[in-house]
Design a protein around this ligand. Sequence first.
Ligand SMILES: Cc1ncc(C[n+]2csc(CCOP(=O)(O)OP(=O)(O)O)c2C)c(N)n1
Length: 334
Amino acid sequence: MGASTKRAVSGGLSEAQGVSEDSLRLYRTMLLIRHFEESVRRLAAAGETPGLVHLCSGQEATNVGVVLALAEGDYIASHHRGHGHCIAKGTPIDLLLAEILGKAPGICGGRSGSMHVVDLPRRNLGTNGIVGGGIPLAAGAALAARARGTGEVAVCFFGDGALNQGLLHECMNMAAIWSLPVIFVCENNGYGEFTAMEDVTAGPSINARGEVFGIPSVTVDGMNVRAVRAATLDALARARAGQGPSFLVCNTWRYGGHHAGDKQDYKDDEETKRWQALDPLITFAKTLVAEKRATEDELALIEEEVARQVKEAVAFARAAPQPALETLELHVHG
Ligand SMILES: Cc1ncc(C[n+]2csc(CCOP(=O)(O)OP(=O)(O)O)c2C)c(N)n1
């Protein structure tokens, strides 16, 4: 039997973990990612996104819980489902969307598309089309940070599909041997392309992948932004104290298919319903109201503002020009 056949679908929010002053920022950023991704879904359906796009709707709590816990100088390395990480790290959404549409004002000049968005000033080493490709980038950034003695930490995100990639194991081993300030974050959404994680993943648990190297490894409710944030803050404290790497396994769910056009015939309706009941935005909104951090009207205003911001980004990106023909050979190495 494969690893974690019973995925932890923990109900509700855990008790006031990591309650912080910026709850509304957590909420707003998750909402921004959801609206952004749903706009990309519509643009993809209309044939306006060159190539495949992989959307992270459903995974916002993991994206935001980790990235907003970081300091500005910390690094992230993302994966193919990485728009949410870019948004949380601060890439302006109009420049991100222009990039996804392959337009000239895109954050990488329209050259990267969705899967190779790099934003070095914000210490984002990029979304990545190679499964597990961000892992060695983060390990390298962590090694460099340690050599400089500047205290930064690097985070790599990867899906459950990367759990069986050799480079994860090589990098975990090196990170443990050298006590690198790196946090390995598995966004376990239960499927790699169209295959259930447990059908292709051996071993007693996902955590065991880190434990075998002596890396502190925890399973986190990836639908609960506060739980993710609290686990990330613990891992950051260890990394900054020179205690080396950590491994967070965030159980989460992708609402859409593998890519924007996938109809997801391979998913079970009951499983989908159970995860939808844990929607990170709906549950967190209820908590904010219950804690009197915001009223329903205030949350509705935030949503209106976010929707307007995304609408403006869509108009900007759609109206933007393609890169000029005479720039075709720029940035080409070889
Ligand atoms: C090294 C490598 N092998 C295979 C692929 C093809 N591929 C792209 S995405 C994907 C599945 C990834 O699944 P997972 O890591 O669970 O992420 P998810 O799509 O579920 O977010 C595969 C096999 C690839 N891009 N790179």
